[in-house]
Write a protein that binds this ligand. Structure first.
Ligand SMILES: [Fe+2]
Length: 211
């Protein structure tokens, strides 16, 4: 998808994540915050070379750029991508950690409980706005945290799952209690099927490159 960029459909109804995340939070988060990143991005890239790029390419091309306009393009493009990824990282019902992903989690974290503990700690420690990620890097899974709009994908890292730790993601439901939001989301909403799909994609890329 090149520009003009569009708001991807929410993969479920706004109330589907209740009671962990309220319909009110999802409504503001998706229709106001996420939509604004899309609209701002389109205004910023209009008439520039970025208008003909895919969203991922815009993010990678503007990462670390010094010019004010390119910084703004990076921030808004990355926030569009991050939010698409976040909505898909959440499931409306329980998903099961299984197969190759389960094996990788056990290999690199010991068990799912330890992984969740690490995600919670990273999300809690992220100072100010940002994101917490499960990524696959050089054949190993890892937890990363990023500030503001930054995402590991910008540097080519394969992201498996993310949780938004900007205040707008939880303030209406949990006020200032980010750890409580993380505890609930990590225990009840993580979409392991989405994470497994992302891990599989990497295998296809590696296999295609080797052939
Ligand atoms: Fe957000």
């Amino acid at each position: 998808m090149t520009g003009p960029f569009t708001l991807s459909p929410l993969p479920y109804d706004a109330d589907a994540l209740e009671p962990v995340i309220s319909a009110k939070t999802v409504g503001f988060h998706y229709h106001k915050h996420h939509q604004t990143y899309v609209d701002t991005l389109n205004k910023l890239v209009a008439g520039t070379r970025y208008a003909d790029m895919k969203l991922e390419e815009v993010i990678q091309a503007t990462l670390g750029k010094e010019a004010d306009k390119e910084k703004k393009i990076f921030n808004n493009a990355a926030q569009v991508w991050n939010h698409d990824f976040y909505w898909n990282s959440l499931a409306t019902g329980p998903t099961i950690l299984s197969g190759k992903l389960k094996e990788a989690v056990e290999r690199d974290f010991g068990d799912a409980k330890s992984l969740i503990k690490e995600l919670a700690a990273a999300g809690k420690e992220q100072f100010g706005s940002g994101w917490v990620w499960l990524v696959s890097k050089g054949g190993r899974l890892a937890v990363e945290k990023t500030a503001n709009a930054v995402d590991p994908m910008a540097k080519g890292t394969n992201c498996l799952i993310t949780v938004d730790v900007w205040e707008h993601a939880y303030y209406l439901d949990y006020q200032n209690e980010r750890p409580k939001y993380l505890e609930e989301v990590l225990a009840k909403l993580l979409n392991w099927d989405f994470a497994a799909e992302n891990l599989d994609k990497e295998d296809h890329v590696v296999r295609a490159a080797a052939e």
